[in-house]
Design a protein around this ligand. Structure first.
Ligand code: ADP
Ligand code: MG
Length: 242
């Protein structure tokens, strides 16, 4: 058989904080080019899972392979380099540098990596995210929606193979949240980027091709969101034991 290896493969992952298990023997894989969501209530372990995948946290047990690299055995330096070059990370807080313009924030990964800025890539990102007219603005002069678009453009500057987003719509109003999810869907349709979205927002999760439900640090169910949000909401509540 000629199977394409997953871009993310997690096996028997466990993590406790102060003796309390937060991730329990969890296995997961994401195919190249997939656009999927991990959804669960606050405290279910979503951020912990994402931080483990990104190599920002060390697991107690289990293996994590991202684009063929074993995150659990890589050194700190190797993980930092790998993250910069192969992973795009977007969080609820935009984490922009306040003294840099939108364009400079987006180009930052090239400077950190001591590489010449890929002007063509930056121009494509500014255009794709509708930021061309805002390129010289400082973050404080941008709206929340624009700031998050700068943050995702920066995450994609180095053309990573995997984008990890943790509640990226958490600080956006509903119109900007919908716009952001639309941009993720367009990225998915127009590029070969793999996207894993972590959220407790059913509307955001419903933009993806598959929703995995996380409860108390374990996946309990996964399903393909249909247009029927009420059905998805019932399914979610049932899986959470509500
Ligand atoms: N650094 C930490 N130290 C201690 N407990 C933590 C830490 N990070 C997360 N937790 C706990 O782990 C559980 C899951 O947290 P988290 O992964 O942030 O959930 P979610 O993102 O789904 O809201 C929570 O009970 C939280 O208090
Ligand atoms: Mg979280």
């Amino acid at each position: 058989m000629n199977e394409i290896p997953p871009v993310l493969s997690v096996r028997n992952l466990s993590k406790s904080f102060d003796g309390l298990p937060v991730i329990r023997d969890l296995s997961f894989s994401l195919a190249p080019g997939a656009f999927e969501a991990v959804m669960g209530p606050s405290g279910s372990g979503k951020s912990t899972f994402l931080h483990l995948v990104a190599g920002l946290l060390a697991p107690d047990a289990g293996t994590i392979s991202v684009a063929g690299v074993d995150m659990a055995t890589a050194s700190d330096d190797e993980r930092t380099l790998f993250r910069r070059r192969n992973l795009g990370l977007v969080f609820q807080d935009f984490n922009l540098l306040p003294t840099l313009t939108a364009e400079e924030n987006i180009a930052l990964p090239f400077l950190l990596d001591r590489r010449p800025v890929d002007a063509k890539r930056i121009a494509w990102l500014l255009d794709f995210f509708g930021l061309a007219a805002r390129r010289r603005h400082l973050p404080h002069a941008l709206s929340g929606g624009e700031r998050q678009r700068v943050a995702i453009a920066r995450a994609l500057a180095m053309s990573p193979s995997l984008l990890l987003a943790d509640e990226p719509t958490g600080n956006l109003d509903s119109a900007n949240a919908r716009n952001f999810c639309g941009l993720l869907a367009r990225l998915h349709a127009e590029t070969d980027l793999s996207i894993l979205l972590v959220t407790h927002d059913l509307i955001a999760a419903s933009a993806t091709d598959r929703i995995h439900l996380l409860r108390d640090g374990a996946f309990v169910e996964s399903f393909v969101p249909s247009g029927d949000r009420e059905l998805a909401a019932r399914r979610y509540l049932a899986a959470m034991g509500a």
